[in-house]
Design a protein around this ligand. Sequence first.
Ligand code: HEM
Length: 252
Amino acid sequence: MTQFWDGRAKTLEDQAALPIANPVEMGQPDLEAAVASLAAIPEYEREFQEVFGRPPNGQDLVRALASYERTLTSSETPDLTNFKDDDFHNIGVLIVRHHVVPLAREAEKLVDSGNAADVDRAAIGTDMSALGRFLVTKKEPDIASFKTPGLRNVLVTGPYFHDGSHPTLWDVLDHYNKGAGSQDPWLDQDIRPLGLQESELNDLVAFMASLTSDAYRAQGEQELARQRALSRTDRPYRDTRRAFGRRPATFH
Ligand code: HEM
């Protein structure tokens, strides 16, 4: 299963290694420098010996991180769907703000250079992050496509979308309700105005809130109250006229 919003890491082990040396994340010079810091701490030295039978090293470090990440599911409902499709879509998040075509050309060159660390830096630290999965595949239909995140515990994982641009679940629904991005030639064909009433939006938020694990119950209740209060005064993405308007002509 691919990792990151644009799917540029193939396994959790790859994913775990990249942020360690990324200057806007942990900022270590490289994986070996992180290993050296860990090796200097007696508890880590001892635990690596105990688990792996050898001193701290890069490969075991990313294995340990990935194993930990694999435990981070909502454990009480392991067999139910996680409300995701393991696919990538362009749902029109703020794409018009970016000059996508020149960005795509630049990205193509960067990807061709084959330097994974440079691609990683561009994907996180520059405007190119708007290109999403395209940065990995260089296929035009993947422009501005991002991985569909699971909705388990979504109430407590805001702000939303890959760029954190939508502060509340009401904002997310305003986005879907108006069929955002209709001017975007690469928009997913399942995105269109929904014409949902305010009471229906509230029901959908309640449904998403119900996907919160017991472990986050108190935090969830607090967060729901916070988001509800915010949504009463601030709905920056609401466009009722578009939500109930005719479905605009698309490029499909
Ligand atoms: C009314 C129906 C839908 C609801 C309630 C819904 C809910 C959500 C929520 C809450 C998020 C933000 C998650 C997060 O940031 O952690 C999200 C993101 C996303 N959803 Fe949906 N979704 C709906 C329909 C769709 C459809 C039809 C598609 C595919 C065509 C889709 C694909 C995605 C993708 C790709 C993202 C990530 C987008 C990005 O970060 O740029 N969703 N959805």
